[in-house]
Design a binder for this molecule. Structure first.
Ligand code: PLP
Length: 285
């Protein structure tokens, strides 16, 4: 049975609970992070802790614990649940005031903090990474502050379902004619050796994996262009891939039913996955 963390306590999952007045439940008034675990170690914990701090700041929310304690909780959950490979999900909400009210509660209402683990043996060695995934394109109907990692995940969830119904694995979202990102990942294409991905702004999440992958690509003398691209350009690309903390670098081999290149993972995506995993493991804590 899994041990989870709720507001200062480690509890068996079925004994853990959050109030029905919690603003995460009523207003999606919360932020989250997902950190992967490989070989019992946390991948890029610092990046996730920093982004959490930023999300909280942008939402004018109080941090429930400081960085050192957050790291200790992550580590304790890995140990208690004997996680070799998997994920740690963290959520912080604006807490549970006495009643439902659109106005933020007073400062004395404590934020809610919840963490739980998901065991995923062989996370870095997925069959999907060997075969590549397919994506469809859909309109991006999310709110305007996608740089804040909030728990408003209904639209991405609908996008994932639309992909499933269309026989694809995921969806890339399109706004003003250009791809923003995937439902839960950043999106890239490769053309004539250049890696192209949308520039950072409030329109996309600033992926922790994105930052590491682009740094490693530049260090390996690869060309990186941070700019928007259209679905047409993507369908004519040599390769494509997505990045996220749980998928690392995942090759995309089909966009809207059009196979890219040979329809198999391309050399740039394969190489980036290799160097990202190698580097991430080196600095895991
Ligand atoms: N973009 C969106 C919308 C996401 O939800 C995520 C991850 O959940 C990402 C990008 C990738 O971010 P990271 O690499 O930090 O996991």
């Amino acid at each position: 049975m899994r041990t989870v963390y709720v507001n200062g306590q480690y509890l068996p999952e079925q004994e853990a609970s959050v109030s029905i007045f919690d603003r995460g439940f009523l207003f999606a008034d919360g932020v989250y992070e997902v950190t992967s675990v490989l070989g019992g170690k946390l991948i890029d914990f610092d990046g996730h802790a920093r982004r959490l701090q930023r999300s909280l700041g942008e939402m004018e929310m109080r941090a429930p614990v400081e960085r050192g304690e957050l790291l200790a909780i992550h580590r304790e959950l890995v140990t208690l649940n004997e996680i070799e490979d998997g994920l740690i999900y963290l959520q912080v909400t604006r807490g549970a005031p006495a009643d439902r009210d659109f106005v933020y509660p007073d400062e004395d209402v404590a934020p809610t903090i919840v963490l739980f683990t998901q065991s995923k043996p062989g996370l870095a060695d997925s069959p999907a990474a060997r075969a590549g995934i397919s994506v469809i394109t859909i309109p991006d109907a999310r709110w305007g502050r996608r740089d804040i990692k909030t728990v408003q995940l209904l639209y991405p969830s609908m996008g994932k379902m639309a992909a499933k119904k269309a026989g694809a694995d995921d969806a890339w979202m399109v706004e003003d004619g250009q791809v923003t990102e995937g439902t839960s990942n950043n999106a890239y294409i490769v053309k004539n050796g250049a890696i192209i991905t949308r520039q950072l702004s409030t329109e996309i999440l600033h992926g922790i994996t994105r930052a590491a992958v682009l740094r490693l690509a530049r260090e390996a003398q690869m060309t990186v262009e941070e700019r928007g691209f259209t679905p047409d350009e993507a369908r004519e690309a040599d390769e494509a891939f997505v990045t996220s903390a749980s998928a690392f670098v995942m090759p995309v081999v089909k966009i809207d039913g059009v196979a890219l290149g040979e329809g198999t993972p391309g050399p740039v995506a394969r190489r980036l996955r290799e160097i990202y995993l190698e580097e991430a493991l080196k600095i895991a804590i």
